[in-house]
Design a protein around this ligand. Structure first.
Ligand code: RTP
Length: 152
C-alpha cells in the first residue's frame, strides 16, 4: 500500500559525446543499474543541432551556449530513460555538481571528469522536465520506451 502511494517518475539521462568517446557508457549505465533504477529506453544517436538547441533553450542567453551546442553535436550521444521512485533527484545526486571539480568523489562527474564543458552526462532537473525531454526525443528521434518488463 505504501509503495502504491509513492510517485514513480522518469528521468532523461544523456551520456554526452565526451562520455561516449572516452568509453564511459558502460560505467555510467552500471551506476544507475546498481542503484536499482529501471532502464526503459536506450538509443545511441547523433544529436541534430535543432534538438540540442531545444534541449538547452533555457540557457540560450548564456555566453557558453554556442560552445555547449557545438559540444553536444560533436559526436554521438547515448540517450536513456530511467524509471523509479525519486529517480530524478537521485540521478542528479549520482551525477554530481555541474562543475566536476566541485562534484563529490563517488559521483559520476566527481570521479570521471574535470571540466564543466566536458562533464560527461546530463540528467533532468525535475520530473516535469524528465517527461518533457523524453517526449521530445520520442517525437524528434523515434525514441521508444519499453516499460513493464519487470516490476520493481
Ligand atoms: P545538464 O543540464 O547538462 O545536466 O547540466 P546541469 O543541469 O548540471 O547544468 P546547467 O546549468 O543546466 O548547464 C548545462 C550544461 O552546460 C554546460 N555549461 N558550461 N562554461 C560554463 O560555464 C558552463 N556552464 C554550464 C555544462 O555542460 C552543463 O552541464
Amino acid at each position: 500500500l505504501v509503495a502504491s502511494l509513492e510517485q514513480v517518475d522518469e528521468t532523461y539521462i544523456m551520456v554526452k559525446p565526451d562520455g561516449v568517446q572516452r568509453g564511459l557508457v558502460g560505467e555510467i549505465i552500471s551506476r544507475f543499474e546498481k542503484k536499482g533504477f529501471k532502464l526503459t529506453g536506450l538509443k545511441l544517436f547523433q544529436c541534430p543541432q535543432d534538438l540540442a538547441e531545444e534541449h538547452y533553450k533555457d540557457l540560450k542567453g548564456k555566453s557558453f551556449f554556442p560552445k555547449l551546442i557545438e559540444y553536444i553535436v560533436s559526436g554521438p550521444v547515448v540517450c536513456m530513460a530511467w524509471e523509479g521512485v525519486g529517480v530524478v533527484a537521485a540521478a542528479r545526486k549520482l551525477i554530481g555538481a555541474t562543475n566536476p571539480l566541485q562534484a563529490e568523489p563517488g559521483t559520476i562527474r566527481g570521479d570521471l571528469a574535470v571540466q564543466t564543458g566536458r562533464n560527461v552526462v546530463h540528467g533532468s532537473d525535475s520530473p516535469e522536465n524528465g517527461k518533457r525531454e523524453i517526449g521530445r526525443l520520442a517525437l524528434l528521434a523515434s525514441f521508444t520506451l519499453c516499460d513493464g518488463y519487470f516490476s520493481s
